[in-house]
Design a binder for this molecule. Structure first.
Ligand code: NAD
Length: 338
């Protein structure tokens, strides 16, 4: 069977990781990535053997820098079965019409609104909704994090209401422009957009959220309080979490006290770029009291959505009908425990 040809528009934090993850699969391949400027990231992409395509307006700059482009964006649309749009938030929307005109499928990221595609994606909760469609959207890192744990808990125990506080990283580690660099910045537009975003995948879920931006680059941390339909034990909840795909339990008691040790763990595991694709739950921080459930989880914003993009390609390109099988394949290729 021939491999699905994947083009990646926007080769930043998410785009470069999607490229690495797609290259690791046996049923899809990267036919090109795009860069707007001939900077160090474009150079590394070329050195890795990736074909770099550029907007018409950048062709000369790349040639002048001694880094000739493989072609223009339009040329890439002709090469690809599907584009994974990893341009900055709200920029992807500007490309939708181009992708439609070129007749190429496209996946957008969480920086775009659900209304752009009308379909949003999570590997476990709604894989089949993107089956064969032209456009879909992988929800944001935070929304992916909330759904990864709340969906399996809801399926087993029925969540009546959930309340999540997000302590958000201020910027990605490779970004020297973001902030605050010393402060905590509450989002005053309440409740925050993350609850409705979860509902783009789980419309029945009664979930509301608040968020605070913190002076850290490593990960987000969520505090979750969920009211369940019935009384449960902490052990019952842990059993569900242990069986949930891409959820990793760690113990404060074993020395993983903060996001710093989680990042050290992913580097120790030898993960590409030190990434932690799983949502990390502190096992000794999970507590059920009556029908209330409390837990903390950490979200590696740079990488938790990467396996979801791979599964989304499989669903949209009809490569694998069974969600669990796609998740298993993606995990195996990326070194994520199944
Ligand atoms: P980024 O800024 O790291 O990368 C974006 C890339 O797109 C850069 O290489 C930039 O040069 C390029 N670009 C800018 N304008 C372009 C244009 N007009 N045409 C083509 N390329 C252009 O951004 P990112 O963090 O990778 O975010 C990409 C998307 O993924 C956004 O929707 C974001 O909300 C979402 N997302 C980001 C994170 C995160 O934590 N970084 C997590 C989950 C989802």
């Amino acid at each position: 069977m021939s491999k699905v040809k994947v083009g990646i528009n926007g080769y930043g934090t998410i785009g470069k990781r999607v490229a690495t993850a797609v290259c690791a699969q046996d049923d899809m391949e990267v036919v090109g990535v795009t860069k707007t400027r001939p900077n160090y990231e474009a150079k590394v992409a070329m050195d890795k053997g990736l074909d770099v395509y550029v907007p018409d307006s950048s062709v000369k700059a790349f040639a002048d820098a001694g880094m000739p482009a493989a072609g223009t964006l339009r040329d890439l649309y002709g090469e690809a079965d599907i584009i994974v749009d990893c341009t900055p938030g709200n920029v992807g929307a500007q490309y939708r019409e181009e992708y439609a005109d070129a007749g190429v499928k496209a996946i957008f990221q969480g920086g775009e609104d659900h209304s752009l595609t009308g379909i949003s994606f999570n590997s476990t909760a709604n894989y089949r909704e993107s089956w064969g469609v032209q456009f879909s959207r992988v929800v944001s890192c935070n929304t992916t994090g909330i759904i990864r744990t709340l969906y399996p808990i809801d399926r087993r125990f029925r969540v009546q209401k959930a309340f999540v506080t997000l302590v958000r990283r201020a910027a990605d580690p490779g970004d020297s422009k973001g902030g605050p660099i010393n402060g905590l910045e509450p989002s005053v537009d309440l409740p925050t957009h993350h609850g409705p975003d979860v509902q783009s995948i789980m419309p029945w879920m009664d979930v509301s959220t608040m968020a605070i931006k913190a002076s850290t680059t490593l990960m987000h941390v969520h505090t979750v309080a969920a009211q369940l339909e019935r009384e449960v034990s902490t052990e019952d909840v842990l059993e569900v979490m242990k069986a949930s795909p891409r959820v990793r339990l760690v113990r404060n008691g074993s020395g993983i006290k903060s996001t710093a040790e989680i990042m050290e763990l992913s580097r120790d595991l030898g993960r590409s770029r030190g990434d932690m694709y799983e949502i990390v739950v502190w096992e000794d921080g999970v507590r059920a009291v009556g029908n209330m459930l409390y837990y903390y989880q950490a979200v590696h914003q740079e990488s938790d959505v990467i396996p979801e993009n791979v599964d989304c390609i499989r669903s949209m390109c009809k490569l694998e009908e069974d969600a669990r099988e796609s998740v298993r394949k993606t995990n195996k290729a990326m070194g994520i425990p199944n």
